[in-house]
Design a protein around this ligand. Structure first.
Ligand SMILES: [Zn+2]
Length: 187
């Protein structure tokens, strides 16, 4: 699966500023997976195979990264697809999406680092009466144990080299620092 991500061009090598403020020589650009629908379908199917045993009625993901993924996974487990989005900083279920009492909901996201956004989605699901049956992501980039109470699946477990800014070999070599998504050098 890591080979597939590399083939897709989703694994970037360079010198990246992570949202945590730390630096890394690798970055996963999951949006790249869905540039070609045939790849997106493959990834969705692979996750569906892992979670179908939980028989979800709904597959839900946080916008933006989880929108197409939820749709592709839902296609293969024959469930409804939904997404949550932030409004005034708070995760919400909008656009008339509806979860019935006790419906089984699988949460999916592209990259899991701390699990924070998944927990926010889980709270939204419970507020609407649904029960979270499992969680799945394409890439598990976590370094600490994830705070999930339901089964968690990932297609790739990735140990990214992560450096403190003041102790980064790439900085010392003078490699330009890039903020992923912006394509701009920031140093
Ligand atoms: Zn650096």
């Amino acid at each position: 699966m890591l080979e597939l991500l590399k083939e897709i061009g989703a694994v970037l090598e360079g010198h990246f500023l992570l949202s945590s403020g730390k630096h890394s020589s690798k970055y996963i650009q999951c949006a790249k997976i869905f540039e070609l629908p045939s790849y997106g379908e493959k990834i969705g199917k692979a996750i569906a195979e892992k979670i179908s045993q939980h028989k979800p009625d709904i597959v839900i993901g946080p916008a933006l990264g989880g929108v197409i993924l939820a749709y592709e996974v839902a296609r293969h487990v024959n469930a409804r697809a939904m997404f949550t989005e932030r409004e005034d900083g708070r995760m919400r279920l909008r656009r008339n999406f509806n979860i019935e009492e006790n419906e089984r909901v699988a949460i999916v996201e592209d990259v899991t680092t701390t699990g924070k956004s998944v927990l926010e989605v889980a709270e939204v699901v419970r507020e609407h009466g649904g029960q979270v049956c499992c969680i799945a992501s394409i890439v598990d980039r976590s370094v600490e144990k994830l705070p999930f109470e339901v089964p968690f699946y990932s297609l790739v477990k990735l140990e990214l080299p992560i450096f403190e800014p003041n102790d980064c070999p790439l900085c010392q070599q003078g490699v330009p620092l890039v903020k992923p998504g912006s394509r701009k050098h920031i140093v």
